[in-house]
Design a protein around this ligand. Structure first.
Ligand code: SAH
Length: 356
């Protein structure tokens, strides 16, 4: 019999589940606290439950593990990279970045990705599968346990497209910010999307306070198409309308991400077009000098050019920063660590890449 994934039950669902197996409601509260506050890995840790109940839980449920199989600590800045193996052997990576304001963890939402962005390592083997809610949560729990330091910020910017794993992702946000769990403020959570328009609109209506980051990468429909296959499906104007809708509904300023690729999207007309797009919006632009991956021939603009690009946008009144490079000595680019290990793993096919 397949055991149920107990960490994917939210507070109310766990209560219902425990009532259904004849337990009192306060038991579910205790179990939820063990799982989502004390971050237990095993039912045997739950010492305020009777042995009988612990056995019953073990028979019917499992705490799905994310097993750490690699841990790299940067020597150049306070950044650590983790490779986790899921119960079925798939691998995902997460990154811990320490800042003055707190500890931020970047998690993966899928094993692989089918969005096919040309410069991204995560998408090379296609999508293997979406992660369960518990598998997203437990990347954070594991890191908090190892470091023994509170995680205050979460970004969903690792491998995968969160809006391509919509239901599990939404549940993840609710459980992560739930007062019965780690209670991370939604305002300290950012999710990044390549621009799946219908789900951006749905997200706007969820009543959440998270920051939405939009991977723009091109200043026109044509340029986006060159870098992002998803642009064949959704027009840039519709993506921008969906951003405006998100801002109208939530009051949360959009972050636009723009991976700078030398000679491709760092030209004077890009500055002009970007200014036209962003000037009238209440937003922030984050430039990410592209992190070259060995499978693709994209080059990072040199520091001087990136700075010039930024300064010209700033002069045009755009609120812009260059993302500080982190952990450059530890497989910095999204998906690189996993790729090194996953080359051996099964289930990856190029057919899973969205090329329509
Ligand atoms: N699917 C989501 C999250 C993916 S990764 C999205 O597309 O937004 C988070 C950000 O890193 C995205 O903006 C992505 O385009 C960017 N990124 C991925 N690989 C990169 C690389 N090699 N160099 C620079 N940015 C990269």
């Amino acid at each position: 019999m397949n055991k149920k994934d107990i960490c994917s039950y939210n507070y109310d669902e766990l209560k219902e589940e425990m009532l259904a197996i004849g337990e009192k409601a306060f038991r579910s509260k205790q179990i939820y606290e063990w799982l989502h506050v004390k971050l237990a890995d095993d039912f045997d840790e739950m010492t305020n439950l009777s042995k009988g109940l612990r056995e019953k839980l073990k028979e019917n449920y499992e705490i799905r593990k994310v097993k750490m199989i690699d841990h790299q600590i940067s020597k150049v800045d306070p950044t650590e990279k983790f490779l986790f193996e899921l119960e079925d052997g798939n691998m995902v990576e997460s990154v811990l970045m320490k800042y003055n304001y707190g500890n931020s963890v970047c998690i993966s939402s899928q094993a692989g990705c089918r969005m096919g962005c040309r410069f991204c390592a995560s998408t090379i083997g296609g999508l293997v599968r979406s992660l369960e809610t518990s598998e997203m949560l437990r990347q954070i729990y594991h890191i908090q346990k190892i470091t023994e330091e509170r995680i205050s910020n979460v970004v969903v910017m690792g491998t995968g497209e969160p809006l391509d794993n919509y239901d599990n992702f939404i549940k993840f946000i609710h459980m992560l910010s739930d007062e019965h769990g780690l209670h991370i403020s939604q305002r300290n959570i950012t999710a990044s999307t390549c621009g799946i328009v219908p789900n951006m609109r749905r997200l706007a209506e969820e009543g959440l306070q998270i920051t939405l980051a939009l991977s723009l990468h091109g200043s026109s429909q044509e340029k986006r198409k060159k870098l992002m296959p998803v642009a064949n499906k959704y027009e840039l104007s519709d993506v921008l309308d969906a951003c405006d809708y998100y801002f109208d509904k939530t009051g949360r300023r959009i972050t636009f991400e723009y991976s700078l690729v030398a000679g491709v999207n760092d030209q004077p007309d890009d500055i002009r077009e970007l200014t036209a797009i962003l000037k009238r919006r209440n937003c922030h632009l984050n430039l990410i000098p592209v992190n070259p991956i060995k499978e693709r021939d994209f080059k990072k603009p040199d520091r001087k050019n990136a700075l010039e690009f930024k300064n010209k946008l700033e002069k045009n009144g755009i609120n812009v920063t260059i993302r500080r490079e982190r952990g450059s000595d530890i497989d910095g680019a999204c998906g690189q660590l996993r790729r090194r290990h996953a080359a051996k793993s099964e289930g990856e096919t190029d057919e899973n890449i969205c090329n329509d």
